[in-house]
Design a protein around this ligand. Structure first.
Ligand code: SF4
Length: 387
């Protein structure tokens, strides 16, 4: 469907809640029983049909999970066809597929490209077999590197890699060497996440039993600083706490994730699939997390929405600050004043001044942002602003 050029922009997120195996650190909603995939695609197509909307123009489509690449290209193609039938999609839309090594072949990647995927995000996590074993990933380092190389061979020009650091048993020089090797691969985008122990996961149980000792805050913070320094001196710009885009001299090319920036900028997006969230004009709503409930609602042609909330002014301020400070360009103080009818410093002057004295935040014309040190302790710094 060709969009009107003046339509307001939105992003579309499509959740694929299936994985080959559950990684022991993961608390995302995903299932390892793949036998429901066909039923799921039918339900998803019903949801897309029910929510048909041509009042916005989608300039991003993001297929995330879970592991979207457990779906064959022809299955992803059916979903995309339905998206294009029901929504106005920008001609230059960023169309991302999350891919996990061990679930794709070179041929699949070529087919994903031929159905319109123009950006891949590969869940590499590590190129060290011991780390992958510790993380319970289904793939080897070789498979990860092969997946990346195949993506280039078939012609993808925009590829992001996910990496994890602060892994128990791995030291600073291990991480530095690994990061250096990944930089040599020259992906357009890198997301580097410190391993977080999520309550209720198998890895949290092992921590409770004393079998695993997570890195202390200082060591993890040092690795965060090392990551930033290493990437910044190797042609990558940090634009969010965990996200880095490769610099390019070509005008008009921006390797930051257009889709993920919508979340951080509080821009509108629509989410489809179990547990998917949507946001538009200060209203947020989310689908049932259970696949069974999602399937049964859609069998009855009923929207699978679990709940919705309208954010009040205080909640909007909290989100604006929380998300603004996660980004390296920080908070636009003029935009804050325009949106909330009062200045940021009028509301938070004393705490911002004290954080500035501690060199945790810094101001520059029209903006305020976290310093590198502030980013290292971002949860507690943002908590101090918002408490
Ligand atoms: S592949 Fe990703 S979504 Fe699936 S269990 Fe592992 S970390 Fe979670």
């Amino acid at each position: 469907m060709t969009p009107e050029p003046t339509l307001p922009l939105t992003g579309l997120y499509i959740h694929i809640p299936f994985c080959r195996a559950k990684c022991p650190y993961c608390d995302f909603y995903s299932l390892t029983n793949l036998s429901a995939i066909n039923d799921y695609i039918r339900a998803l197509i019903t949801e897309l049909n029910l929510r048909r909307c041509v009042a916005h123009c989608a300039d991003t489509i993001y297929l995330g999970g879970g592991t979207p690449s457990v779906l064959a290209p022809q299955q992803i193609g059916r979903i995309l066809d339905c998206v294009y039938r029901n929504f106005s999609i920008a001609a230059d839309a960023e169309v991302t597929l999350e891919v996990n090594p061990g679930t794709v072949s070179r041929g699949n990647l070529k087919d994903y490209q031929s159905i319109g995927i123009n950006r891949l995000n590969i869940g590499l996590q590590s190129i060290c077999d011991n780390t992958l074993l510790f993380l319970g990933r289904i793939h080897s380092a070789r498979q990860g590197v092969d997946t990346y190389n195949w993506s280039r061979e078939v012609g993808f020009e925009n590829v992001g890699l996910d990496l994890m650091y602060a892994i128990p048993g791995r030291n600073r020089s291990h991480w530095e060497a690994e990061l250096t090797d990944v930089i040599r691969m020259e992906p357009e985008h890198l997301s580097c996440y410190s391993l977080t122990i999520e309550a209720g996961t198998p890895i949290a149980d092992r921590v409770d039993k004393g079998e695993i000792h997570p890195l202390d805050e200082k060591t993890a913070g040092d690795l965060f600083s090392l990551t930033n320094a290493c990437l910044n001196s190797n042609n990558y710009d940090q634009y969010e706490i965990s996200n880095f885009a490769r610099r390019t001299a070509v005008v008009g090319i921006d390797r930051r994730s257009r889709h993920n920036r919508k979340y951080w900028k509080l821009a509108p997006y629509l989410g489809f699939g179990p547990a998917a969230h949507s946001y538009q004009q200060n209203e947020r709503w989310w689908n049932h997390r259970s696949l069974d409930r999602y399937l049964s609602d859609l069998t009855m042609q009923k929207m699978p929405v679990a709940d919705r909330e309208i954010l009040n002014r205080d909640q909007q301020i909290i989100e604006f600050i929380y998300l603004g400070l996660r980004q390296t360009d920080g908070i636009d103080t003029k935009a804050f004043a325009l949106r909330f009818g009062t200045g940021l410093y009028d509301m938070f002057g004393p705490v911002l001044e004290s954080l500035s004295n501690e060199k945790l935040v810094e101001s520059y014309p029209g903006r305020i942002r976290l310093t590198e040190r502030g980013m290292r302790f971002h949860e507690s710094v943002i908590g101090r602003v918002l408490c």
